[in-house]
Design a protein around this ligand. Structure first.
Ligand code: CDP
Length: 232
């Protein structure tokens, strides 16, 4: 059996639990984990702070694209996991708030933003040994990834999970608001022209609606072991 490191792409719908399973796998096998959604969220936060998004979610694309050279995104490993750093500031908790979620998919449709972030994501994975989660990792960022997973669960299940997560973090929101956000983002992500959310033909589908976290982690490690065995 080969010990060669591989690239692992985990895509799926919003709040499907893909980040949790991607993080757990990366930790277990000693790979680097990158949350590509955090990068779109950080760009969105920058746009909101610089008045480039109107209250009805219209993005000033030209201004935002022109600002790209001034937007620097890094990741820092902290005790409670990986934090997203925007121009030197730790924005991990800010980018998870519902106001950012309500604008992020409108930012993620902009082709120039996608090209810049995809290039950065590809540079993180140049030496393999990486688990990356997002919407277009198996189709666009790493089309040659040795292991591709596509995660889904019902919109109601996903909204319930995300609502619980926000409440636990002390962030105010109602279940209905979160469900509306999940459904709207799914629609924008699936219908955009540039690298829409879709399962890569060679991705393994996982519906985790009725799975516990422990069960999905075990399922994923099993798929990883199979991929390694096939990667002779
Ligand atoms: O955690 P959650 O599932 O809510 O979403 P996320 O992974 O943080 O991504 C936030 C948003 O960024 C998504 O709804 C997409 O609009 C966008 N995104 C994308 O377009 N491509 C990616 N590779 C990752 C995220």
């Amino acid at each position: 059996m080969s010990n060669k490191t591989i690239t692992i792409a985990i895509d799926g719908y919003s709040s499907s639990g893909k980040s949790s399973m991607a993080k757990a796998l990366a930790k277990k096998i000693g790979y680097r984990y990158i949350d590509s959604g955090a990068m779109y969220r950080a760009v969105t936060l920058y746009a909101m702070r610089n008045n480039m998004i109107s209250p009805d979610h219209i993005v000033d694309c030209d201004a935002l694209v022109a600002s790209l050279p001034h937007i620097k995104i890094d990741f820092k490993v902290c005790e409670d996991g990986q934090h997203t750093i925007l121009n030197g500031e730790d924005v991990e908790s800010l980018i998870r708030q519902l106001d950012v979620s309500n604008n992020v998919s409108q930012v993620a449709v902009i082709p120039e933003i996608r090209h810049a972030l995809v290039a950065m994501q590809q540079s993180f994975g140049i030496e393999k040994g990486i688990v990356m989660d997002g919407r277009d990792i198996g189709t666009t960022v790493f089309p040659n990834a040795e292991l591709k997973i596509f995660v889904n669960a019902s919109a109601e299940t996903r909204a319930m999970r995300r609502h619980k997560e926000l409440i636990e973090k002390g962030q105010q929101s109602t279940y209905e608001e979160v469900l509306a956000n999940v459904v709207t983002r799914d629609h924008i992500d699936e219908t955009r022209k540039e690298s829409p959310l879709r399962k890569a033909d060679d991705a393994i589908l996982l519906d985790n609606s009725n799975m516990s976290i422990a069960e999905q982690d075990t399922w994923l490690i099993n798929e990883y072991n199979k991929a390694i065995a096939n990667n002779k």
